[in-house]
Design a binder for this molecule. Sequence first.
Ligand code: BGC
Length: 413
Amino acid sequence: MKLKKILPLIPLLLSMPSSANSLEVLHWWTAPGEFEAQKVLKQALAKQGISWQDFAIVGSGGGSAMRVLQMRALSGNPPDAAQIKGPDIAEWAKIGMLKEVDNILNNKLWDKNIPDVVKQTITYQGHYMALPLNIHRVNWLWLNKAIFDQLKLSPPTTWNEFFSVADKIQAAGYIALSHGGTSWEDNLLFESVALSILGAEKYKRAFVEFDETVLTSSDMIDAFKLFKRLHQYVDKSMVGKDWEIASKMLTDKKAGMLFMGDWAKGLWHSSGKVANKDYLCVDVPESKNLFSYNIDSFVFFKKQHQNSDNLNTEILANTLLSEQLQHDFNIDKGSIPVRTDIDISDFDACSHKSFNDFKQSALVPSFSQNIATSSFLQSEMRKVISTYFKSDNLSAEQVTKQLALAIRAVSKK
Ligand code: BGC
C-alpha cells in the first residue's frame, strides 16, 4: 500500500476503541480460508468475553501490514496484538515494546508440546515474546488432479520431469504454472527452487547465516537459472495479482501446477475443494525430506493506559493454544497445529503429509515468509529476486552478486 493511501487512515486508526474486554489485533488474514480461520479465533475469544477488533491490512504476506504497524508504533499507539513472525519478533522486543509471555501459559505446553524450532523463533534473550499458532509448510507443489488425469501425467519428482510435464500441460492449452506475479510470490517461488538445489545445510548457510561463499556459489547461480526457466510457464497477464487469484486458478482447472504455502489449502477448503480429489499436494521436485517452515505468531504490545490487558492476554494465550482451537483453526487455515499433541485424524491427507514430514525432514526457516530474515531484509531480497524473474537482460551471475550485496548491506556483514 502506498504511503499516500495510508496517511489519511491514521487519525481513524488512532481513534479506534480499545476497551477492557476488546483486543485490537493487526493481521493480514483477509483471504477466504484465512477469514474462516480468523472467525474460529474470534468466536473462541467471544466465549471468553473478549471482542477481537480487526486491524486488518490487505497485502502479500503482510508487507503493507508491517508498514502500517510501524506508523502506529511510532505515534505511541500500537494495537494490543499483532501478527509478527520470525526475527521481527526480536526486532520489536529489542526496542522494549513487547510484553514477555513466559508466565502466561502453563509450562507443560511450552516445554513438552511445542517443537524446538518454534520455541527458538519466539524467544528473545531467554524470554518467550510471542504466542505461536500454527506451522505452515512453504515448499509445496500443488497439482490440478483433473488435468493430470486427463493428460495421464504423473506428479513430477525431478526438475526434468517437471519441465516435461509443464510442456505437456501447456501444449494441451492450460496454463502450466499458476503464479500471481507479485514480488512476494516470486520470492516464495525462488525459495522453493533454491532449497531444492542447495539442500538444507547450504540453504541455512546462505539465508540464515548469510555466508557469502554459498550466496555467490555456482549452486546459487544454478538455482537462479532454474528459477528463470519457470517464467516461460506463467501467465504474463497475472503480474501483480495476489496468491489467492493464482490459487483459485489451479482448482478452477485453468492451470496445472502451483508453488505456494499451504495457506492455499485453507482457501480451497473454504470453497469446498478437497485434497486428493480436486488437487494433489507433492514435494517440490528434488525436495523430498526438505521442509521450509513458516510459523504464525502473535506479539503483545506494552500499553500505557490499559489496566486489564494482562487478563486479556492470558485468556488469549490459553484460547489460542487450546486443543479445540488448535484443531478447528488449523483445519480452516491449511496449516498443522503448533502443538504436537493434537489429534489430527480428521485433518486432510496433505496435513497428514505435512505433519509427518515436519517430524522426519530437515527443517529450514522460510526466508520468503520472514522466518529466516527480518521483514526489512526480506523486502530488499524480494526486489532483487523479482526484478530478475521478470527481466530480459539480467543474467543469473549478475543477480547472484546483487542478492549477496543486498544481503550484506542490510545484514551489515
Ligand atoms: C502468513 C500466512 C498467510 C499468508 C498469506 C503468510 O506470510 O504466515 O498466515 O496466510 O502469508 O496471506
